[in-house]
Design a protein around this ligand. Structure first.
Ligand SMILES: C[S@@+](CC[C@H](N)C(=O)[O-])C[C@H]1O[C@@H](n2cnc3c(N)ncnc32)[C@H](O)[C@@H]1O
Length: 146
């Protein structure tokens, strides 16, 4: 039995079926020893059910992130340029939009998650790449920093 299956079995003993499938997917994308490419492939394989497994009813990360950004920008939110790094399907962008931010771009290496973000029309532009030690296809001063 693989480490993934052992971990899922342990989790399944105390949780219901839907939580088990979410847990399996979350565990899989970040499992110990995984390479960056393997993780992106795992996100790709998860993309069909990602929103169901990691949506707002399960994961408050996007709300917390958006509230934190909003606390820095109390006025003129529509003028602030934001790059949503690791945007996935755009959950953080959606939460930022609800709080009045309008000018956002999204960056994520997983093309299938990014495709779902694109369909929501949240971002002006989507960049399909990693944030790493390589230059981004973006001008240095394009986004605001605080
Ligand atoms: C847990 S998901 C979060 C996605 C989204 N922010 C959300 O709240 O649903 C993590 C995201 O990070 C992306 N990611 C992983 N490594 C990255 C890197 N080096 N640069 C940019 N994005 C990365 C993955 O493709 C995935 O979409």
């Amino acid at each position: 039995m693989s480490e993934l299956e052992k971990e899922v079995k342990r989790f399944a003993e105390t949780h219901n079926g839907e939580q088990v499938s979410s847990y399996r997917a979350v565990y899989n994308v970040g499992r110990h020893g995984i390479s960056t490419k393997e993780s992106t492939d795992a996100y790709h394989n998860w993309s069909a059910t990602y929103e169901q497994d990691a949506g707002p009813d399960k994961f408050r990360g996007p709300v917390i992130a958006a509230e934190s950004v909003a606390a820095f920008y109390r006025t003129h939110r529509d003028k602030v340029l934001i790059l949503d790094v690791a945007c996935g399907t755009g959950f953080v962008g959606q939460e930022l939009q609800k709080r009045g931010f309008k000018q956002m771009d999204g960056l994520d290496p997983c093309s299938s998650l990014l495709e779902k973000a694109r369909a929501k029309n949240i971002y002006r532009k989507e960049f399909c790449c990693y944030l790493n030690d390589k230059p981004l296809p973006i001008e240095d001063s394009e986004y605001m920093t605080r």
